[in-house]
Design a protein around this ligand. Sequence first.
Ligand code: FE2
Length: 436
Amino acid sequence: ETAIFREPAIEMSFDLIVKGGTLPDGRTADIAVSGDRIAAVEPRIEAEAGRVIDASGCLVSPPFVDPHFHMDATLSYGIPRINASGTLLEGIALWGELKPLLTREAVKERALAYCDWAVSMGLLAIRTHVDTCDDRLLAVEALLEVRKEISPYIDLQLVAFPQDGFYRDPTARQNTIRALDMGVEIVGGIPHFERTMEDGRRSVTELCEIAAERGLMVDLHCDETDDPLSRHVEQLAYETQRLGLQGRVNGSHLTSMHSMDNYYVSKLLPLMAEAEVSAIPNPLINIVLQGRHDTYPRRRGMTRVPEMLKAGIRVGFGQDCVLDPWYSLGTADMLDVAFMGLHVAQMTSPQDMRRCFDMVTRESAAIMGLEDYGLEPGRKASLVVLDAGDPIEAIRLRAERLCVVAGGKVVAERPRRDTALSLPGRPGSVNRRHTV
Ligand code: FE2
C-alpha cells in the first residue's frame, strides 16, 4: 500500500451556515458565518457548523434598510386624536398637540416595540429623524438610549430634525445644535416649512454649513409639497457643491419635483447628480399626503424616480411613518414600500422591479453609508431568508421572512405558510412561481 501523504485538513467549523439560497444577483450560494461576520460565500461549503439553515429555493438577501423614518412618533396613532384631513399640515399640527404629552419612557417603549416589528421583518438598518423642537429634547434622549440598546441587531442612525422649522420655531436652532452635541449624527431640516422661501433657502445654507463644520451628513425633508415653485433641492445641491459635501447629502421626499416645470427639471437633475445628492422618496406617505388640495386630475405627488435614476442620482425608498399622526397603517415591511414605489413610479420592467428591491436594500444602505453591509466575506453577518425565488417574487408576494440573522445570530424565524386547499383534483400549490 502506498502511503498517501496529505497536508493535515484545515479544521473548518463555523457558527452558522445558510445553505443553498439564491442571492439577489441570481447566484446560488452557501454562506458561512463565524461570530458576527460572514466568513465565506461559496457555491458549496462542506464544513461543520453550530447550526445549518436550509435556504434552498429561497431568496437570501442582505437585510432591509429604511433610510427615512420617524421613530419618535411611531405607534402613537390616535393619541390624542386622528388626522381628519389626512394632510401633512394637519399631521404636523397634531404632532404639536401630542408633543407636550410625551414622556421619555413612552417614546422609548414605542420605539422598542417598533424595533421588534422591524427585526421580525428583516429590517435591520433604519435612519430615523428625531424632532428637536422641544426644549426638553426627551425624544432625543429616548432614541439615543434606543440606538444603544438595539445596536447588536439594528443599525440606527439619528437625524436632528427641527420639525417646526429651524427658524420658524423660536428655539429650534439652539435645540438642533444641542441634539448634535448630544450625539445625534446627521443634520436635518425642513426648508419648505419655514415662513418664507428665503428663510427656507437660508436654512439650507446654515444647516449644510453646520454639517461641513462638524464633518456630518445632511438629510433634509426637502420640498415636501405640491408647490412647483418649492425649489430648495436646488439650493441643497448648490451648498453641497460649495462646501465639498459630495456623497454625504440627501434630499428626502422632493415631492414638489412631481409638479415642477419639465424644462426646469432637465436643468435640476444634472445639478443633483454633479453634487452627488441622493434622494429618498417615501411612496406610501407621498401617495397618501400629496395631492390633497387637488380636485381631479389629482397629482400622485411622488418625485421623479425613473428620471433621477437615469440621471445617475442614487435613490432609496423610505417608509417614513407607521401608525402616527401622518399615516394610519404600516407594518415595518419594506416590501410594502417597494411595492407601492414600483406602482407609483410605474417601474414595471424586470430590470426596474429588481431596482425597486435594491432601493429598499443596498441602495438605501449606500445612502446611509453602511460600510459593513452586504453578503460579502468580512461584512457583518446580517441577512434575511425570504419565501420567494427572487427579488421580483419577493415584491409580488411581500414574501414571508422565514429567517432573520443579525450580527451572526438568528433573531427571528417563522414557518413556511402553505394554504391547504380543499379543491377536488387541485394540489395545494399557491402563489410561488418561478419568475424571470
Ligand atoms: Fe419624514
